[in-house]
Design a protein around this ligand. Structure first.
Ligand code: FES
Length: 83
């Protein structure tokens, strides 16, 4: 039986996509959130002054921005800079 998906996001979630760290720096968003809170870093530039993160491929940047805005540390959807 074939399942039909209503959206790309639903399909991605079903596939088990989990984005929870800057892969290049090997630091989880959960760790980065704690660092951001304890240092009052409320934007990506301030966070980068404290920790060496998001300085290579930068694919994590939109997730870090969302993390700083909402507190979420695990994502099951694709987020791009345009969003
Ligand atoms: S995943 Fe964060 S810089 Fe590449």
């Amino acid at each position: 039986m074939t399942k039909e998906y209503q959206s790309e996001q639903e399909l991605i979630f079903e596939m088990g996509l989990k984005i929870d760290k800057c892969i290049c720096s090997n630091i989880t968003f959960s760790e980065l959130r704690k660092i951001a809170i304890s240092n009052n870093a409320d934007d990506i530039n301030k966070l980068q002054e404290i920790v060496d993160v998001a300085k290579n491929c930068r694919l994590c940047v939109p997730y870090l921005k969302e993390m700083l805005k909402t507190g979420e540390t695990e994502f099951h959807k694709l987020i791009t800079e345009q969003e």
